[in-house]
Design a binder for this molecule. Structure first.
Ligand SMILES: C[S@@+](CC[C@H](N)C(=O)[O-])C[C@H]1O[C@@H](n2cnc3c(N)ncnc32)[C@H](O)[C@@H]1O
Length: 270
């Protein structure tokens, strides 16, 4: 790197899916641009990256992704492969794959669509859309399985990263202005607290109480929260009475054979 009196760079030639020359838990940061799509064994790429990273280390890389799985017959087409298209991972397969090797909280930093301008290439693979995207993958041992778990945690960015005095951008969803407190999920807390970013943040809270999933996060609450609407629709299907709260309660928690036995005042508060 520049600015050092002695050279501090060592070159080791090899394949991205086989980093055998590099010891376990020895690397702070892996950077790569547009190589993973060319590898014939993408699972090993991420397994090897996970192995060589130190705890809290990061793989920060850009690559090409597709909006669907590329048909088998096109995967080895030399032109499409050389153009970094047919080797592109379907984005959702990429997310599943990196989670299986331990990178359970992949973070998208930025992305843009790629246009295919060559007519021949477009004819071959124009049914798919391609994107260039930058992801960060952190090696953190105790990640939750999904992002967005709420423990009431907060952080404040100190503004101490030299190149980011006003705002620190972790990923597309997490941008922290200097001096302002933010509520964050468990996985974001762990990323900031267990990586090289730790000294640049103040941390508040602990993992003692879990409050469910956070609002406005990529993990989605699966159940219908609109209790009244749903139940009043059921009520209308069943009978044309005036509905009360207790009626609704009964329909939700009462016996399923309501329709057969009719309304039973004694069962009302079951
Ligand atoms: C699209 S270029 C990107 C080069 C460079 N990273 C850049 O940003 O300019 C892809 C490079 O990956 C190399 N490559 C292809 N397969 C590879 C593999 N399995 N392991 C390591 N490098 C590979 C190619 O030789 C080529 O130099």
């Amino acid at each position: 790197m520049y600015g050092y009196s002695k050279p501090n760079v060592e070159f080791i030639k090899g394949y991205i899916e086989n980093l055998e020359a590099i010891p376990d838990n020895s690397i702070d940061l892996i950077v790569s641009n547009c190589v993973v799509n060319l590898s014939p064994n993408k699972k090993d790429v991420f397994k090897e990256a996970y192995r060589v990273l130190k705890p809290g280390g990061e793989m920060y890389f850009s690559d090409v992704y597709s909006d669907r799985r590329i048909p088998e017959k096109l995967l080895h087409d030399p032109i499409l492969h050389g153009e970094c298209l047919s080797g592109a991972l379907y984005w959702n397969d990429f997310l599943s794959l990196v989670k299986t090797v331990g990178f359970k909280s992949p973070r998208l930093v930025k992305d843009r669509p790629l246009s295919i301008t060559n007519k021949d290439i477009e004819k071959l693979i124009g049914f798919a859309k391609f994107y260039s995207a930058t992801y960060r993958l952190f090696k953190i041992a105790e990640f939750d399985n999904t992002d967005g778990e709420d423990y009431g945690l907060k952080i404040k960015y100190k503004g101490t990263i030299e190149t980011c005095p006003d705002i620190f951008i972790l990923d597309k969803e997490n941008k922290f202005e200097t001096g302002k407190e933010y509520n964050i999920c468990g996985n974001t807390y762990r990323i900031l607290n267990e990586s090289r970013f730790r000294k640049h943040f103040e941390f508040y809270g602990n993992f003692e109480i879990h409050y469910g999933i956070m609002n406005n996060c990529s993990s989605i609450f699966p159940f219908n929260k609109e209790k009244c609407c749903m139940e009043s629709e059921n009520m209308n299907d069943m009978e044309n009475n005036d509905n009360t709260y207790e009626d609704n309660y009964y329909y939700q928690y009462g016996p399923w054979d309501y329709n057969y036995y009719g309304y039973n005042q004694d069962n009302y508060y079951y």
